[in-house]
Ligand binder design. Structure first.
Ligand code: FAD
Length: 410
């Protein structure tokens, strides 16, 4: 029977960041990952556009601070990030638009566009300093788990026959968390009946370190600026039948449709790399914690990607859970006790629900073509754009510079 202070299932960005945070505090961590280690691609013929990771994230300044706190921000920067300093949002059915600029709040950036693999490689390199405290179980999955008879620990059995024991079991398995289901934690889902096309594209005009977002009647289209000034990562959310048609188009037709959808804002769309489709669902667990168990990241909540908040919410979970668990551990308290874990849940639930409600509000408001609503929406954008104070407050909030943040994110 192997003993760990904390066992984390799922080594996505959220699970791995939590592992690093707990290891830095001297805790013994077990990391269980279902997928085998990926072998690097041998395809040296890849076009530059295909060499860019399809999965990129818009990171907030709060996420930057969390990575700085864990001393890996400089490595992420070295692996390649693209700051964005402005954001331009406009409505396809009207004249409403809003423009955000970091210089209005005397900040150097609004956030960063980062490839998933830049974050993952930096995290994995940092974990190597803690080989004596960290045990990987990979590829492996939890077969069953149960509280010990005195409820002081959780016993876990893996599908590779390893038997583990821990004070705290954490699911960072993403939206389809098996631990959440096995623990019987109710989970509310909503299918947006939309899918998002992601791809890297090459544009005629430079992106000007600006994130561009156009709200079309069928869903939002975002152009996220990459390190090459003529490359963007797109997230094109559309009603499912439309998204499926678009992704199946021959490349040239797809580029033409994309150029029209962004209203030629960046000139001709010259090329695109591989295209991938992601179904869009909202999901929310009714509880984030139970005795000796916690859900973090998409295992606890998944949101519409229209404001790029998903992984940022997960990193705030890491900051908050680390705060309560490490503090209890230092004071020799039982950090897996539900009373301790509830502090984390209270901290995070309010913030997550606010973000979810805001995302649904945007989705409904911009997806609705009723003339009155369309008029109101456009007037709202025009008015907000003319109110510097309101805009500054919105910017600071979206960047994670305000609100009740855990210390690691401050
Ligand atoms: C199109 C699109 C665009 C997005 N853009 C952004 C953005 O710009 N900014 C942003 O913040 N967010 C964005 N998101 C959201 C973001 O992708 C997620 O919020 C984030 O990936 C969640 O991270 P996670 O670590 O919780 O889960 P995941 O990334 O899903 O990782 C889960 C890990 O657990 C492993 N796993 C699964 N099941 C098991 C098991 N039973 N046992 C062990 N391991 C298991 C998986 O293999 C994986 O490694 C976007 C999402 C979509 C769909």
């Amino acid at each position: 029977m192997q003993h760990h202070d904390v066992l984390i299932a799922g080594s996505g960005i959220v699970g791995t960041t939590l592992a690093l945070s707990l290891l830095k505090a001297g805790m013994r961590v077990g990391l269980i990952e279902a997928m085998p280690i990926a072998t690097p691609s041998q395809n040296h013929e890849k076009m530059p556009i295909d060499a860019i990771d399809l999965r990129v994230f818009a990171l907030t300044r709060a996420s930057e601070r969390i990575f700085r706190h864990l001393s890996i921000w400089d490595n992420i920067v070295a692996a390649g990030i693209s700051p964005f300093r402005q954001m331009h949002v406009w409505d396809a059915s009207g004249s409403g638009e809003i423009h955000f600029d970091c210089s209005d709040i005397t900040e150097p950036t609004l956030g960063y566009i980062v490839e998933q693999r830049a974050i993952q490689t930096s995290l994995l390199a940092a974990l190597q300093h803690y080989n004596s405290l960290l045990t990987w179980y990979r590829p492996a999955k939890i077969q069953q788990f149960a509280l010990t008879h005195d409820a002081t620990a959780m016993q876990v059995q893996l599908n590779d026959n390893n038997q583990l024991i821990t004070r705290l079991l954490i699911s960072a398995e993403g939206a389809n968390s098996s631990i959440r289901s096995a623990a019987g934690i109710p989970y509310t889902t909503h299918d947006y009946a939309q899918q998002a096309i992601v791809a890297t594209i090459h544009t005629e005009f430079p992106h000007q370190e600006t994130a561009w977002q156009r709200f079309l009647p069928t869903g939002p289209l975002a152009f996220l600026p990459l390190a090459n000034p003529h490359y963007c990562s797109i997230v094109w959310s559309a009603d499912t039948p439309i998204a499926q048609k678009l992704i199946a188009l021959p490349k040239q037709e797809f580029l033409t449709q994309l150029e029209q959808a962004i209203a030629g804002q960046l000139g001709q769309i010259i090329n695109c790399g591989e295209r991938a489709l992601f179904p869009l669902k909202r999901g929310h667990a009714h509880h984030y914690v139970q005795s000796r168990l916690a859900l973090i990241g998409d295992a606890a909540h998944s949101v519409h990607p229209l404001a790029g908040q998903g992984v940022n919410l997960g990193l705030l979970d890491v900051a908050s859970l680390s705060e309560v668990v490490i503090k209890a551990h230092r004071l020799s308290r039982d950090f897996g006790h539900v009373h301790i874990l509830k502090r984390h849940e209270r901290w995070r639930k309010a913030n997550t629900l606010t973000v979810m409600t805001a995302m649904d509000g945007f989705k409904y408001l911009f997806g609705n073509q009723q003339p009155v609503l369309s008029w109101l929406r456009n007037q709202g954008l025009i008015m907000t754009n003319a109110l510097p104070l309101v805009k500054k407050t919105m910017m600071r909030h979206a960047m994670g510079l305000s609100g009740d943040l855990p210390p690691m994110a401050k």
